[in-house]
Design a protein. Structure first.
Lengths: 269, 394
């Protein structure tokens, strides 16, 4: 049972990086990709380009970011003792990560709630800054976990690992934008490239996971609690998978009644 | 103010903010689901417009509920690791279930509902909002299981200085939970109903063109507000007896006692006003037609939120100095290595950012109400003549 829950935690973390990774990457590259689209002669202003890009990821974000909420819940429920130790060692990093996350989300939820270019441009900037904060703080946090939580996580190695994470997530975000905004003929190739960058995006978390695995196994909650958790949770996990698959079936280019490009469907974000 | 006070203040501020938004989420989710059901069954356009308009209010409010919820979840590990060390064996389980069984699905289905408009088949789209409402209540249930355990640590025994779960059934049938969960459900419906009432009264007072729309909304608001307040007050009384048994003297301190009595004042006033004065005035649409009464209805809008904040304060402040009642006090629940500087940084980051976002969010809700059902982004149909989008060149 301990192994099963370790596998669930690993799957949730890997799923988070593979899925939410492209939202973060796209957010980081929002100004750059908008400029690139403008230079390539796409119709519309630069703000229109940003709107298209955000609309491309919008239907996936809620279903993607929730993987990290589940990671945090699993840490609390299955590894309560380790949870405190982990957060104690990573205190300022976790504060930065959560604050960046909230600001990124606020950018998404608020950007279209008022008219006027300045309002939307402001929240687009918040979205971009929050995405960078997320990527960099993830890198710092993971580097710290690999090294057994040293006192000062924001050192040179931490920041370098932050840049590595930022780079792979940016590549993933770019591949996602290309796939989602491409015409029907190119989606096959774009999809293969997206799968490749997804594999790249989970690499930075795979190493810390492997390092932390023995310690996680040692600190699993009592078997009584684990059994209760399993009885309540495991039967629901297939429904979680089905719901995620449903999201992808609904919003994959070429499917649905409206049309192919994400840009044509009015977006709430 | 020392490090413990600051950590407590941080939890109180973020927790209160969270509850203010969550209580409306709980109230509006089923009301929007009912509106959409009526839209599908009757085919009347007014119900579709109501679903989109009140759905938009619901999702704007939902955003800050999530932001604050994230901070609550991470705060346990950051500031209160003494609690997870001592009671994580019991307390962590319902929180893990909340994220895996409830919130994961709620967020996924909400994304499908928001962005699947005009894309998903109508019945499946309707199923999404019902699943969102159902998982929202499942979420509230698991959170209340965890909170009730802190009020009355049932189903666990002390072994080698830590609490160990022995009886999960006792956790679910906790006397502290049995009356408190319906109390929260009632408070949610009351909040949802009151927001519909106040906003509709405002639009009717401003002589909106959408008379039928807001007459119906006012009716829905008053009916559900009445049901909610009756449920909240009835389960509230039930709860007082339980609390006397399991936490004697809970409301004897000044803060908890005052919060409780003020909450009761608001609750009992509304229990009189909603079902016994406003609901009868729905006959022949008197309430919608009497324009002089509309400013009074608008003034009712903040009351359920004030009551909810006070009720939460009474329940939590009355538990002091315990985190786990009778077992662990707040000083020992705090993370052992917590420094003043760390808490200050997180307090400024979390309370500051969330406070600002909450303010912006309330202004956006007010603006959405003022603009009315004519300009709703949620579920807006696709443009009539879409131009094909060319491939993205990077």
């Amino acid at each position: 049972m301990e192994i099963i829950w370790l596998a669930i935690l690993a799957a949730l973390l890997i799923g988070y990086f593979a899925l939410e990774g492209f939202d973060i990457g796209l957010g980081m590259l929002l100004p750059a990709l908008a400029r690139a689209r403008e230079r390539a002669g796409e119709p519309g202003t630069r703000q229109d380009q940003r709107d298209h890009l955000v609309a491309a990821m919008a239907p996936f974000v809620l279903a993607n970011e929730v993987w990290l909420v589940a990671v945090a819940g699993t840490l609390l429920g299955v590894y309560p003792v380790l949870d405190g130790r982990l957060f104690d060692g990573l205190y300022p990093v976790v504060v930065l990560l959560v604050t960046s996350w909230i600001l990124r989300d606020a950018g998404l939820w608020f950007r279209r709630r008022m008219d006027g270019g300045a309002w939307r441009a402001f929240w687009d900037a918040v979205l971009c800054a929050g995405s960078w904060g997320l990527a960099l703080s993830w890198g710092v946090a993971l580097a710290s976990v690999v090294r057994g939580l040293p006192g000062q996580p924001f050192d040179l190695a931490g920041l370098l690992y932050g840049l590595v994470v930022a780079a792979v997530l940016a590549a993933h975000g770019r591949a996602f934008a290309a796939w989602r905004l491409s015409g029907p003929r190119e989606t096959g190739r774009g999809g293969r490239r997206l799968a490749l960058t997804a594999a790249l995006a989970v690499l930075p978390v795979a190493v810390p996971l492997a390092v932390a695995a023995p310690s996680l196994l040692d600190h699993t909650v009592s078997s009584g609690t684990l059994n209760v958790l399993s009885i309540i949770t495991l039967p629901v996990l297939p429904i979680l998978v089905v719901a995620q698959v449903w999201v992808w079936r609904t919003f994959t280019p070429g499917r649905g009644v409206i049309g192919t490009g994400a840009a044509r469907v009015p977006s709430f974000f | 103010m020392d490090v413990l006070d600051l950590a407590r203040l941080q939890f109180a501020v973020t927790g209160s903010l969270h509850f203010l938004f969550v209580v409306l989420t709980l109230g509006l989710a089923p009301l929007v689901a009912i509106m959409q059901t009526r839209s599908l069954l009757s085919g009347k356009p007014v119900f579709e417009r109501m679903t989109r308009f009140w759905g938009q209010i619901y999702v704007i409010n939902y955003a800050v509920g999530v932001f604050t919820g994230l901070v609550m979840e991470f705060q346990f590990g950051l500031n209160w690791s003494g609690l997870s060390h001592f009671a994580g064996d019991v307390f962590g389980a319902p929180l893990a279930m909340e994220t895996l069984v409830a919130f994961f699905l709620e967020s996924t289905f909400l994304g499908l509902w928001i962005f699947g408009w005009n894309r998903l088949p109508k019945r499946l789209h309707l199923a999404c909002i019902w699943l969102v409402a159902l998982t929202a209540y499942a979420s509230a249930f698991f959170i209340m299981v965890a909170n009730s355990f802190l009020q009355h640590p049932a189903g666990a025994v002390l072994r080698e200085g830590r609490l160990v779960l022995t009886d999960f059934g006792a956790l679910l049938s906790n006397p502290s939970l049995v009356a408190a969960f319906p109390h929260v459900v009632g408070a949610g419906l009351f909040a949802g109903g009151t927001v519909l009432t106040g906003a509709s009264a405002y639009k009717l007072f401003r002589r909106t063109a959408d008379q039928e729309f807001f007459r119906r909304s006012l009716r829905t608001g008053v009916m559900w507000g009445s049901i909610g307040v009756l449920l909240a007050v009835a389960s509230g009384y039930l709860q007082l007896g339980v609390v006397n048994d399991i936490q004697p003297g809970k409301f004897d301190t000044q803060l908890a006692g005052q919060a409780l009595s003020n909450m009761r004042l608001v609750g009992e006033l509304c229990q009189l006003v909603f079902p016994f004065i406003l609901a009868p005035l729905l006959i022949r649409n008197l309430l919608a037609r009497w324009r002089w009464i509309h400013p009074l209805l608008m003034l009712l809008t903040p009351l359920p939120f004030i009551a909810a904040a006070l009720g939460w304060l009474a329940r939590e402040a009355g538990r002091q100095p315990w985190v786990v009642y009778g077992e662990l006090d707040v000083a020992h629940a705090m993370s052992p290595g917590l420094t003043y500087q760390n808490v200050l940084v997180s307090f400024v980051a979390f309370a500051g950012v969330l406070g600002l976002l909450a303010l912006v969010d309330y202004l956006l809700i007010a603006r959405a109400v003022r603009r009315g059902p004519g300009q709703v982004a949620l579920g807006a149909p696709a443009p009539a003549d879409p131009t094909p989008s060319p491939a993205l060149a990077l």
